[in-house]
Design a protein around this ligand. Structure first.
Ligand SMILES: [Zn+2]
Length: 245
């Protein structure tokens, strides 16, 4: 893909990662991400370009061991057990308002595949591809995508610096080419989001500004802002005839 050939949309999936009200100003007492509710149009535009649409949700238990009301503990490690890292305020409790997808997204039943994660009270994964932090217990989404010969996955959702980053890295590590749609994501903090983008780029992820740029990439124009081809020794046979010295 160094010379950015057209990508077959029939082998592409769109992934809405945790695009839930709990991560938006609609639920200010949970884990609101600034502008988290403003990604819907981009998620829908991205999905309209591609053959498959998959999604994930945090689906937490009201008895979860990581729940805290102590502001000083939020985001801090120290929760006992191998499947949990940080403390968080209660969020995305199954059945609550925050658990719902953002207004304007389809019902989960209308997706082609859907993941509910973090149901166990002592498990809080970030990535949507594995139920556990050790990445041993698959949620099945990677296998589902591969069974349909998917090669590329466009990703958006909440939040850039946590669940989106983790899911993107898991997909990329599984051999799928991820196209991150920046306009379809929002992060908790600017610095951690910028760092997450760097980590994703370094892993080979192609970062697109928005669904319009994604459409252009699908058509074979442009190459996003991935690291790009490092060498110029591509096979140019049959092109304009100009040769490198
Ligand atoms: Zn969560």
């Amino acid at each position: 893909m160094n010379s950015s050939p057209a990508i077959d949309p029939a082998r592409c999936a769109s992934f809405d990662v945790d695009a839930q009200r709990t991560f938006t100003p609609l639920c200010p007492d949970e884990l609101p991400v600034p502008e988290g509710d403003q990604i819907v149009a981009e998620l829908n535009a991205q999905a309209a370009l591609l053959r498959w649409r998959v999604g994930s949700k945090d689906a937490h238990n009201p008895q979860a061991v990581w729940i805290t009301d102590d502001a000083a503990k939020i985001g801090q490690p120290g929760v006992p057990g191998p499947h949990v890292e940080e403390h968080w305020p209660a969020h995305a409790i199954a059945g609550s308002e925050g658990f719902r997808l953002l207004p304007g997204l389809p019902h989960p039943a209308e997706y082609d595949f859907f993941v509910w994660k973090g149901v166990e009270p002592d498990m809080h994964p970030y990535g949507a591809c594995y139920h556990d932090l050790a990445e041993r217990l698959s949620t099945g989404v990677i296998e589902w995508l591969k069974a349909r010969d998917v090669t590329h996955v466009a990703v958006g959702g909440l939040a850039t610096d946590f669940c989106v980053k983790a899911t993107v890295l898991q997909l990329q590590q599984a051999g799928l080419q991820v196209l991150l749609n920046q306009a379809a994501c929002r992060g908790i903090a600017a610095d951690s989001s910028a760092q997450a983008l760097n980590e994703m780029r370094n892993a080979g992820v192609i970062v697109c500004q928005n669904a319009a740029e994604l459409a252009s990439l699908l058509a074979g124009n442009g190459q996003g802002s991935a690291k790009g081809p490092a060498n110029g020794s591509g096979n140019d046979s049959g092109n304009s005839g100009s040769t490198s010295p």
